[in-house]
Design a protein around this ligand. Structure first.
Ligand code: URA
Length: 199
């Protein structure tokens, strides 16, 4: 964990962070994964979305959210006029856990400094945490997604305070489509924030 923290802090840009992660051997998930799944979208965008971990499709393509969940995520973004040219997408864990098992507490701890640095360097105005695991991880809380979701929470990137919001994960919505109405509300909250005058 100390080595991960030092390695992550050494990155001065997102390109450097990707290089450092690609060469980092301190997480055993790297050994079973096909490749690193670092990010997709536009790091200059005002919105950054963070999911949990790559699945099979993401592992094969090296791109986050390209499977079924990703297609739903694209539709969610489109509903408020966004697409991957305007948002930046990453995961709390950049390598696929074997068979999509839950990452262990140690694996989470090792990967945490990297996603923290990735958020800091991307420097979004709004951080959207997709699902319980990402919300718990990034907000350092034990509060469940059902209570956390839908409201802005101050988030310190290390460089500045930004607004973070948790919402349900698209994979959860595929299993529980009735919850889409709550996510629709969350998306409208994000849209309203994007429409506020900027200073
Ligand atoms: N689920 C996630 O949390 N992340 C991905 O990249 C794909 C599916």
């Amino acid at each position: 964990v100390m080595a991960a923290r030092e390695a992550a802090r050494g990155a001065a840009s997102l390109d450097e962070l990707r290089e450092i992660l690609a060469g980092f051997d301190g997480c055993n998930l790297k050994r079973t994964a096909t490749q690193l799944v670092f990010a997709d979208g536009n790091p200059e965008g005002r919105v950054m979305l963070v999911g949990e971990a790559p699945g099979r499709d993401e592992d094969l393509q090296g791109v986050p959210f390209v499977g079924r969940s990703g297609r739903l995520l694209d539709r969610m973004l489109a509903a408020i006029g966004l697409d991957r040219t305007g948002v930046y997408i990453a995961n709390t864990i950049p390598w696929r856990p074997p068979g999509n098992r839950d990452p262990s507490p140690m694996e989470r701890a090792i990967c945490r400094p990297f996603i923290q640095q990735q958020i800091r360097l991307a420097n979004p105005d709004f951080l959207i945490l997709l699902g319980n695991a990402a919300a718990k991880e990034m907000l350092d809380t034990t509060m469940g997604i059902t209570r956390l979701r839908g409201r802005w929470i101050d988030f310190d990137t290390g460089a500045r305070q930004v607004r973070a919001m948790a919402t349900f994960h698209p994979a959860y919505l595929l299993r529980n489509p009735l919850q889409k109405k709550l996510v629709w509300r969350d998306l409208l909250t994000l849209k309203a924030a994007l429409e506020e005058p900027q200073d």
